[in-house]
Design a binder for this molecule. Sequence first.
Ligand code: URA
Length: 238
Amino acid sequence: MRLDRFLAECGVGTRSEVKKLIRKGAVSLNGASQSKADAVVLPERDEVFVFGEKVIYREFIYLMLNKPAGYISATRDGKTPAVLELVPEEHLHFEPFPVGRLDIDTEGFLLLTNDGDLAHRLLSPKKHIPKTYIAEIEKPVSPEDIEAFSNGVVLDDGYKTMPAKLTPISNNSPYLAEIVINEGKFHQVKRMFESVGNKVLYLKRTKMNDLELDENLELGEVRELTEDELLLLQNTDR
Ligand code: URA
């Protein structure tokens, strides 16, 4: 790839900023000063320094967001605050996007990445990636609800869900339950509870695939995944 693009992708600056740096002689490629913005760089092979500091190339970024209510998961619609507004500036040049959607009023674990292949695998209906939620509901969970969820319930549009694991956490007010689903239909958890005559009052995603939300992450906070965490997420062949 071109040197200016390489530097921009590494977060050194915008395309025009890095072009200026290259013109100024601040950039060296494999030990020699390089003044051509279109010099070819192979990230795995070449060594690039800016002001004597080595530039580390990285293609992908993986971010965990503890999504607060009030933000949409879409990239941006201009009016409603979008989750990308919570991503620190330093990560934005990677162009991360949210993997799947949480409703505007749902909180918890949202993955943002620019790794389209991983996003595709995590969202593929063929992969049945488990997603775990904690729901506060209007009424306590009954043994019949647990049974119904484990067989799959019929939603308002006639769709029969895959089996889901429903576990009551508190059958005293506030009524809380954990639910694990292996698909991602629109408003799925809310509609599943509706199908058994209950109502979700609050919803939080706590886990995606084998990776749990870091409970130390404040609402609205974002951090990069560790390598071990990434491995838990990447394991999509079950
Ligand atoms: N199910 C829902 O109903 N809403 C979400 O945000 C996620 C799953």
